[in-house]
Design a binder for this molecule. Sequence first.
Ligand code: DAT
Ligand code: MG
Length: 140
Amino acid sequence: AELQRTLVLVKPDGVARQLTGEVLRRIEAKGYSIAALTMRHADRDLLTAHYAEHEGKPFFEPLLEFMSSGPVVAAIVEGHGVIEGFRTLAGTTNPTSAAPGSIRGDLGREWGTAVVQNLVHGSDAVESAEREIGLWFPQQ
Ligand code: DAT
Ligand code: MG
């Protein structure tokens, strides 16, 4: 697979639950490289741009509320096939049905909130990865 970059976020639930190290450990254990790393408390403008594809959906407002509820850790992760590879490490969106062995499957659960809180974000395509990296790491 081609050498790629992806944007990974440890979401506010992951940071609050002290799972940042566990997420980064799994990324590094897989053999991917962390090329940049930062912690920040995202504002509405950044999150609206980041999640533009979901604007207008019923979970959009709860998603922005959740994502701005605390700091997130953002990373640029590099590796061959890393875009698909990190999404496989993360597991499917809903932590209830995410496979055991994945981050969401092992560590996530449902909380009965209007938005699914699932610990991590990973870009889903080359174009979205580059767009998202530009938002979170404007200097890269
Ligand atoms: P993913 O994060 O797996 O790429 P997504 O891009 O479809 O999933 O959605 C972004 C986030 O929004 C997701 O991580 C959790 C939340 N979400 C998605 N679909 C949802 C739904 N039907 N109800 C509540 N929250 C949802
Ligand atoms: Mg997505």
